[in-house]
Structures are given as structure tokens and as C-alpha cells.
Design a protein around this ligand. Structure first.
Ligand SMILES: Nc1ncnc2c1ncn2[C@@H]1O[C@H](COP(=O)(O)OP(=O)(O)OP(=O)(O)O)[C@@H](O)[C@H]1O
Ligand SMILES: O=P(O)(O)OC[C@H]1O[C@](O)(CO)[C@@H](O)[C@@H]1O
Ligand SMILES: [Mg+2]
Length: 323
């Protein structure tokens, strides 16, 4: 093994840069040539690939985003473009890939390895934390810290005006950002895709909240079946319960900023182990953290995490945050 390549794909996530740095420096220390693919799978299709030296990854461990750029590549869904991607890698002699991304990126890496026998190591990097086999993905912890910092600020103004805020958070189809934010901000309620809402109960809660003149925070996961915070607001407006209510959509602020300790540490550990696995010729593995231990596993057909057990967490949250 002489040449490997690293890329970031899907939504960027804090800790990706720490991981790129570890892959590059560990690779160089082990006498590998390490290439960086720009803008996710698009860089493979376009041949936008460059060798990374030790200094190219200086001063990035503390930065959010990804120095390699990322993308949601439509072209990579098509075999004709994956073939071009493979030829581009072959030209420079890339023998294995480190793919840092979410569930979609792993699907892409898997199909590519099956078609062209290109080995890969998958590193979970997505704020959604929706990947099977790992307790945490890169970015989840920092995104949650961003969310709780924002909600703490919203709480100040909500208290001053005795208002109810519907705060929408990301997560795609996973409610893990929402429910964990709710638990750690003392939110009065949370809407997640994994649980169906009891609207009668919710409306009576809102009425009580208005009567009590206290501030309330309701966190709404963007993937909830009601839609998002605006849709929930519209629902309450129809019931004439909207007067005290304001909507905040946190949006992409969740994905930015310096990675937390956990995301820097996990990114570094994942990067080191990815290179070690490649050198041991242990391929087509996903790395994960389970009970504080690094684990590896082979990707099956099911990639997205099952979080149906959130019903129990919800029950606890409702016990802790009674209006
Ligand atoms: N079935 C597939 N076949 C080939 N490529 C795929 C497939 N699924 C996804 N990809 C590639 O992976 C890219 C990233 O996937 P996606 O946009 O779902 O983000 P992700 O990796 O899940 O990260 P995040 O959820 O954090 O944004 C896609 O844009 C596409 O290029
Ligand atoms: O930045 P984009 O492409 O609009 O994607 C937003 C999506 O990406 C994520 O931030 C990460 O998957 C999701 O939580 C969100 O649904
Ligand atoms: Mg995803």
C-alpha cells in the first residue's frame, strides 16, 4: 500500500478537519502518500485530487467545516460517473479511500467498492448522529452545544416576555439532536420524528403555559411529521393559541464553529485507526464508538440508526419538565 485518499461528503460536521489532519499525518508517518479529494465524490468525478503534505493540515484541528470541501453529488448516484471517478483514482494510483461522512456517503462508498474493488474505511461524520453502530458521530456534540447555547439565549427573552418559543433544530429524519437538546436545556416539550404527538395533551399544555405566564421552550425536530416549527405554529394559529408564541429556526448555525473536545478527540482517533486498518489490510469497515471503545464493523444493508427507544427518553423528559 502506497497511496490513499481522504474525502469528506454530505453535510459538513465539526471534527472533520481534526480527522483529515490525523489521516494525513498518520499516513505520512507510516510512509504513505495521502491525497485529498475536493468537494466529496464530485472531486473524484472531476479529478480534483491533490497530494496533502504535513503542513497542509497545520492549524485546522480547531476549525469547523472541512478544508477539503464537501458536496451532495448527484452524479455519483450514476454508475457512468462512478466509473470516471474510479479512472481518476487509478491514474494517480490510489489504492484505498477514507470516507468521512454520513449514511448517504457510506452508501456511495459501499457501492463504489463493490463495483470497482476500491477498499474504503468509513468514518461517521454528521451532526445528525443517525448512523448505526456508533454512539456518536463527528459533529453531533458540537452541534448540540451550539443548540443549547442558542436556546439559553432564547430563554432570556422568552422569560422577559412570558413567551413560548418553538425552536426548530436539524437532524433530518433523526430526533437525536432535538431530544438531547430538550433534556439539557430544560425545554418544556419536544417534537421528534420517532414519536407521534398527543395534540390534545400538547394544546392543554400550551393553555396552561399561557395562563402561568412563564417562559416555555418547545423544540421541534425538522423531520417531525408535523413538518417543522412554522407548521406547528400554523397549527396553533388555527386553534387561536398563537398570541404568545414565536418561532426560531436555528438553521446552519448548528453546523458551524470550533469542534468540541469530544469531536476533536474522536476525529483524531478515527483518523489514526483508519490508517492503521488500511495498513493491516482490513478493509470496507466503518469505525464507531460504543461505550467509550473504538469499534469497527462491516456495513450491512441497514445504515441508519434505529432510535425507536426514544419513547422512554420522552417519558422521562415529560416527567422532568412539567408545565
Ligand atoms: N445509493 C447511493 N449511491 C451512490 N452514491 C450515493 C448513494 N447515496 C448517497 N450517495 C452519495 O453520498 C452523498 C452524500 O450523501 P447525503 O447527502 O445523504 O449525506 P450524508 O453522507 O448522509 O451526510 P449528512 O446526512 O450529514 O448530510 C450523496 O450526495 C451522493 O453523492
Ligand atoms: O445543508 P443542506 O444541504 O441544506 O442540508 C441540511 C441537512 O443536513 C444536515 O444538517 C446534516 O445531514 C441535516 O440535519 C439537514 O437536514
Ligand atoms: Mg445523512
Amino acid at each position: 500500500m502506497q497511496n490513499i485518499a481522504v474525502l469528506t461528503s454530505g453535510g459538513d460536521a465539526q471534527g472533520m478537519n481534526a480527522c483529515i489532519r490525523a489521516v494525513v499525518r498518520m499516513g505520512i508517518a507510516e510512509n504513505l502518500r495521502v491525497y485529498g479529494v475536493m468537494d466529496g465524490f464530485n472531486g473524484m468525478v472531476d479529478g480534483d485530487i491533490k497530494e496533502l503534505e504535513y503542513a497542509d493540515v497545520s492549524n485546522i484541528i480547531q476549525r469547523g467545516g472541512t478544508i477539503l470541501g464537501t458536496a451532495r453529488s448527484e452524479r455519483f448516484h450514476k454508475k457512468e460517473f462512478r466509473k470516471i471517478a474510479f479512472e481518476n483514482l487509478k491514474k494517480i494510483g490510489v489504492e484505498a479511500l477514507v470516507v468521512i461522512g454520513g449514511d448517504g456517503s457510506f452508501k456511495g462508498a459501499k457501492v463504489f467498492s463493490e463495483e470497482f474493488n476500491m477498499p474504503f474505511i468509513g468514518i461517521p461524520g454528521t451532526i445528525d448522529n443517525d448512523i448505526i453502530g456508533t454512539d456518536y458521530t463527528l459533529g453531533f456534540d458540537t452541534a448540540l452545544n451550539n443548540i443549547i447555547n442558542a436556546i439559553d439565549k432564547i430563554r432570556d427573552t422568552a422569560s422577559a416576555h412570558h413567551r413560548i418559543f418553538l425552536v426548530e433544530v436539524m437532524g433530518n429524519t433523526s430526533g437525536l439532536l432535538a431530544i438531547n437538546a430538550a433534556l439539557t436545556t430544560g425545554a418544556e416539550d419536544v417534537f421528534i420524528p420517532e414519536a407521534l404527538e398527543d395534540f390534545a395533551r400538547f394544546e392543554s399544555k400550551i393553555k396552561k403555559a399561557v395562563a402561568a405566564k412563564k417562559s416555555s421552550i418547545i423544540i421541534v425536530s425538522e423531520g417531525d411529521e408535523i413538518g417543522g416549527a412554522k407548521e406547528l405554529y400554523n397549527y396553533l394559529k388555527e386553534k387561536n393559541l398563537h398570541e404568545k408564541i414565536r418561532v426560531t429556526i436555528l438553521g446552519h448555525i448548528q453546523r458551524g464553529g470550533a469542534p468540541s473536545f469530544l469531536d476533536r478527540k474522536m476525529g483524531t482517533d478515527f483518523g489514526v485507526v483508519a490508517v492503521q486498518k488500511i495498513l493491516q489490510e482490513k478493509y470496507n469497515l466503518i469505525l464507531g464508538i460504543q461505550n467509550n471503545q473504538m469499534i469497527t464493523y462491516t456495513l450491512g444493508d441497514k445504515i441508519t440508526k434505529n432510535v425507536s427507544n426514544q419513547a422512554e427518553v420522552l417519558k422521562i423528559m415529560h416527567k422532568l419538565n412539567v408545565f
